[in-house]
Design a protein around this ligand. Structure first.
Ligand code: RIB
Length: 311
């Protein structure tokens, strides 16, 4: 039986607008297309874990509405267990408005809605799932107290904790940092978390070291087309990724996180799990949308075979 992976987080319906370039403050631009695509950082990571062969379960909340039904139905296609996803009558399903420009870059605004019901009480009601899982993955699109409660509870039970700090809070409490096995920010999130204004490689390295000193076991910084940087007590290592023609980077980090935890759960070394996750997200950026861009296991293995040692 494969080790169980529990992903606790948000589900959003993404309203994706493609445009030549992003509007500046106060400017109006014309969009090209509009599409509704299943998303949400938690759901994307759970979807990726399922698609890539993980024994994955998702906890999160949607509204009692058709968007919520669509999100749950779509998640089932990945093989991820959706039985614990709750429906609340108090709010409508979370939504995200996503602008994607010609270069594949995006800007995202999230309306949390029903994700707010993924609270401490809901996690307490689902304690059995936490107890039965080996790897627990969080992001920051549900109430922060629920994330903190979940991390404390997971660590109390001896689980491996992965936190993707997105969207980045201004800070994370020290007792939370000391319970994280893998913190997976992108560059911007890392700088925000460590209060560094200037974007530089030195600040990224320094920020990651500071987080280690506060007790994080491994800081895995996703660097977009430059790959990822793993910082831990053994040192700093850069793992480049293959070059592709990116059309949409939405959910690339989510795909990385979902794939990485699948690798860990299968007993891959950190290096192997990173190589696997880098490959999965390098495929995701060549496709449009969030869950619509996530590859399955066969596709990832094919690319890994083709690339061989060049990955
Ligand atoms: O990481 C991408 C995701 O961020 C989107 O799917 C959107 O829903 C927001 O949560």
């Amino acid at each position: 039986m494969k080790e169980r992976i529990l992903i606790i987080g948000s589900l959003n319906m993404d309203m994706v607008i493609e445009m030549k370039r992003m509007p500046l403050k106060g400017e109006t631009v014309l969009g090209n297309t509009l599409a509704y695509i299943p998303g949400g950082k938690g759901a994307n990571q759970a979807f990726a874990a399922g698609m890539l062969g993980g024994n994955a379960v998702m906890l999160g909340c949607v509204g009692k509405d058709s968007l919520g039904d669509r999100l749950r139905e779509n998640m089932k296609k990945s093989g991820t267990d959706t039985a614990g996803i709750a429906q609340t009558e108090n709010a409508s399903t979370g939504m995200a408005v996503i602008y994607v420009d010609d270069g594949g870059d995006n800007s995202i605004v999230v309306l949390s809605g029903a994700n707010g019901a993924c609270d401490v009480q809901y996690l307490k009601n689902n304690d059995e799932l936490i107890r039965e899982s080996s790897y627990i993955v969080f992001q920051m699109e549900i109430p922060a107290e629920a994330v903190y409660y979940g991390i404390r509870r997971a660590k109390e039970l001896g689980k491996t904790v992965i936190l993707n700090p997105a969207p980045a809070p201004d800070y994370l409490p020290d007792d939370i940092l000391s319970k994280i096995d893998y913190l997976t920010p992108n560059e911007t999130e890392l700088l925000k978390l460590t209060g560094k204004a200037e974007f530089s490689e030195e600040n990224i390295r320094e920020g990651a070291q500071e987080l280690l000193q506060k007790g994080v076991q491994n800081v895995l910084v996703t660097l977009g087309d430059k790959g990822v940087m793993l910082v831990n007590r053994a040192g700093i290592n850069l793992y480049p990724t293959r070059k592709v023609n990116a059309v949409d980077t939405t959910a690339a980090g989510d795909c990385f996180n979902g794939a990485f935890v699948v690798g860990l759960a299968e007993g891959m070394s950190q290096k192997e799990a990173i190589r696997f996750a880098n490959t999965a997200s390098s495929i995701a950026v060549t496709r449009k949308g969030a869950q619509s861009s996530i590859p399955d296991r066969r596709e990832v293995e094919l690319v890994m075979e083709q690339m061989g040692k060049n990955l």
